[in-house]
Write a protein that binds this ligand. Structure first.
Ligand SMILES: [Zn+2]
Length: 306
């Protein structure tokens, strides 16, 4: 540790070096994130029970393991849809094993039908899920890249949730199946319970605009403030101050078991639940902006102090 007087005497020299060190932690690669979206979409719709779902599940596990994650698979047969659905969450743990942990979450499944499509002929098509599904996965893997370069100061769990988007829109109980399973496990067994959870969903829109989600703002205001601080600190201009939409998303089951959780989501996305949710609707610039905020949460936020 350097005495403070050295810092003051050498401020001109030390500060640029410190700045460079911080920049490397927050260095992200939007083009790599975009390529990871393309990879997921190219595999086909990530619908439970299909080969594409299996392929991308295996790919997420191998990418996280390659980047140094300690992997846990949570696989179960879910009955919420009235038929058996084989689902798996993947948890990649980084950083110290004891002490405070935070979780970054995204869903990795994609929707089997385009029920919001303006063209009726497309409503039974699967959603490609470039933004709705693949973008959150890509952002979490960018954080894994950073954590491979430099271990985080606290425990960080990257949680890839299955079964978010398989339900009928009129039946809310059919959504967020992976998040319910994950939250239920944490409620039963407090080991590894995160102090805070950050959900990344639909974060790659080429026309990015992220407003605080209403339930997050009401029930986890401190985390919403942390996200906005991160956006400010990293120069992310697509993040706004005022809550805009209230959404039932994977953060809600966590809130219900007492884990503070925030949904980072751009819900102004015309291709939502349509056959047009393709890689041409997302951009490397947007993915880099959100990934930088995610890395800031891990390395620079008040939560990152062990
Ligand atoms: Zn969706």
């Amino acid at each position: 540790m350097r005495p403070a007087r050295w810092v003051s005497a050498l401020a001109a020299l030390v500060l640029p070096l410190a700045g460079a060190a911080c920049a490397s932690r927050l260095e992200v690669n939007g083009e790599r994130a975009l390529a990871r979206i393309q990879r997921q979409v190219d595999a086909g719709p990530r619908i439970p029970g299909t080969g594409a779902h299996q392929t991308i599940g295996d790919w997420i596990v191998s990418e996280c393991a390659r980047l140094g994650g300690r992997m846990e698979r949570q696989c179960w047969t879910d009955s919420a849809l009235g038929r058996p659905l084989a689902l798996c969450n993947f948890i990649a743990r980084f950083g110290p094993q004891g002490g405070r942990r935070i979780a970054l979450l995204a869903h990795w499944d994609s929707r089997p039908f385009s029920d919001q499509d303006p063209e009726p002929s497309h409503r039974s098509d699967p959603v490609p899920g470039a933004n709705d599904g693949a973008s959150g996965v890509a952002v979490l893997l960018e954080v894994a890249e950073a954590m491979k370069r430099e271990a985080p100061p606290i425990g960080v769990d990257l949680v890839f949730l299955d079964g978010e988007d398989q339900g009928q829109s009129s039946r809310p109980q059919e959504f967020c199946l992976g998040a319910r399973h994950y939250a239920h496990g944490l409620a039963l067994d407090g080991t590894g319970r995160p102090a805070a959870a950050f959900l990344f969903d639909m974060v790659g829109d080429r026309d990015l605009g992220i407003w605080p989600e209403q339930q997050s703002a009401e029930r986890a205001a401190n985390l919403v403030a942390i996200v906005l601080d991160g956006a400010h600190a990293t120069g992310a201009r697509a993040f706004h101050q005022l809550a805009k939409y209230a959404l039932t998303d994977d953060h809600v089951p966590l809130l219900e078991v007492g884990i503070p959780a925030v949904d980072i989501i751009d819900f102004d996305y015309p291709a939502w639940h349509t056959h047009l949710d393709r890689p041409d609707r997302v951009s490397a610039v947007s993915l880099a902006e959100v990934s930088r905020v995610a890395a800031w949460i891990v390395y620079r936020s008040p939560l990152s102090r062990p």
